[in-house]
Design a protein around this ligand. Structure first.
Ligand code: HEC
Length: 132
């Protein structure tokens, strides 16, 4: 094995490791990341479910994740919109990782599933207004 070959191999291994790390990083909530999912269901499953659980009933353990199921706090649509944009305490803010349409979609999904039956629909414009 020549020295040149050894160096080349080391360099390509390092490159592969960097690419893998970058790909893994995409699933964390790091700043600069933007979700690509567009439907409320996909967004709920890929983002919210991790803490609020598949049935939206939340969990207690290392942390307390409130139930979003049959939740009267969701009646005023502006409340979940603001929660998703800004977060609060152990709930991370997603305002920089989702656009207005995505936030509207996940809030509409939440407010019409999991025993929540709020008929008024949040628009992307509502989310935009809530940001300002
Ligand atoms: C990293 C965990 C985590 C993720 C992910 C998460 N939440 Fe939360 N959420 C929390 C915690 C913790 C609270 C309680 C915040 C507090 O104590 O003030 C909360 C509170 C809420 C509340 C307020 C509930 C109430 O009754 O006051 C809403 C609404 C909510 N989350 C919606 C969502 C939605 C929608 C998503 C996905 C876009 C989401 N959350 C993702 C952890 C999370």
């Amino acid at each position: 094995m020549t020295l040149r070959y050894t160096l080349g191999l080391a360099a390509s291994l390092a490159l592969a490791a960097t690419a893998a790390a970058a790909q893994e990083g995409q699933r964390t909530f790091s700043s600069g990341y933007r979700f690509v999912e567009m439907s409320g269901e996909e967004l709920y499953n890929n983002v919210c479910r991790a803490c609020h659980m598949a049935d939206a009933k939340g969990a207690t353990g290392a942390g307390a994740y409130p139930s979003l199921s049959a939740n009267p706090n969701l009646q005023a649509a502006g409340y979940p919109v603001t929660m998703v944009i800004q977060g609060r305490r152990a709930m991370p803010p997603f305002g920089d990782m989702m656009n207005d349409a995505q936030i509207a979609a996940v809030v509409n999904y939440l407010r019409t599933h999991f025993s929540n039956n709020y008929a008024d629909i949040v628009s992307a414009q509502d989310v935009s207004d809530a940001r300002h």
